[in-house]
Design a protein around this ligand. Sequence first.
Ligand code: PLP
Length: 467
Amino acid sequence: MSADPARAAVHAAVEALCTDTAPDADFVPGSTPIPPSGKVIGAPEKHAMVDAALDGWLTTGRFNSAFEARLAAFVGVRRALTVNSGSSANLVAVSSLFSPLLGAAALRPGDEIITVAAGFPTTVNPILQNGAVPVFVDIQPATYNLDPRHLDAALGPRTRAVVLAHTLGNPFDLAAVTAFCARHNLWLVEDCCDALGARYTLPEHADVWLPRTPTADDPSLWRAGGEVERTRHVGRFGHLATLSFYPAHHITMGEGGAVLIDDPLLARIAESIRDWGRDCWCAPGCDATCGKRFGWQLGDLPAGYDHKYTYSHLGYNLKISDMQAACALAQMDRLEGFIAARRHNFDYLSQRLADCEDALILPRATEGSTPSWFGFPLTLKPEAALDRVEMLRWLDQHRIASRLLFAGNLTRQPYMAGRDYRIAGSLETTDRVMNDTFWIGVWPGLDEAMLDYAADRIRLFLGRDFD
Ligand SMILES: Cc1ncc(COP(=O)(O)O)c(C=O)c1O
């Protein structure tokens, strides 16, 4: 707590006002809502946000630096770059691959990027925003991730990258995807927005491939890994990875996200795109970090043109405020507990619904993975002859909120009409997910009484007894 008496008084008032937002100790079955996701914040986050407000710095400052360092250390990457949403993180990550600083390895409009259609739109939108062509591959039932058996068929002469999310916290098959990317010299972006804390272990028989940034002499995007750990956090397998800190996610700052990067050149590019596209990398409030602010000659600008106003990328301003960073920094203390609670809730629901497999496809962790679950997905089997809308209405009546697997089949969304994309093979499972899948919550604000009630209502709808 602060040594400054005025600040200490403010913090005492904050303390008196704060309790954690969840779980709801007064749960009344059928009356208390059971949300699919939510935040757990309390005194630590509010103290930190008040401190950031009292600093009066407002833009990214000391809390942001501390948060970026702590997040990078947690995942095990060299750099975490905060941005104002997970969608912005994807925009920065994918746009970075188009940077002229990457020379011949840079992506160009018209290049193809392999992805899936069963997911969140802003995983795919940056591909379109940069003029590239998404190539959609079908997914597997139960893991809801890309089916790697279809990868070879998706490859074309202009394939340059793979961009995939770890669906609902369940890692995709990183052994297959990294080997495919290494074989064909493709960039890999991992959307970890729903998967902070998930881990994956490369099987003993699988080659370890580590992403590298190509040079003028060596265009390879991967190197054989040697003695590198086989078990790593997701976000440490591809060239760039992304996170979201919207309140539904594993930790929150209200609105926010991050790009995770190991390579210094990619970090510089991503930072430039986040910060207006400028060439300069001064933190807010600093000048001449490079030591030669008036000593550059870049582009067609006159020699000595102020580096602070020299732009090497088509950029944006996607930075966060220090109040947001303060909230997320306090959340880091709770992250391991949050992940454990999500896993516990997932296992609890799995066990409560284990005997419903004749009617429902229960979710399955990808082999070799330790997911960090975002939700509990269920798919109605055709033999159950049940209607999803009826089931979701039934859950709704009992105040159990559900969500679909985001866009279902993205190619069927209104905004995709007339856009340039390619479908490799069929999207049969993706369509099934669009029609028959939904998910319910496993977030730390739910306790066993709530999960019991949710499982019981699902069982009742299927005509089962409570157990
Ligand atoms: C997989 C995935 N990627 C990206 C996003 C976008 O994150 P944000 O809402 O922070 O923009 C989401 C949102 O939930 C998501 O689920």
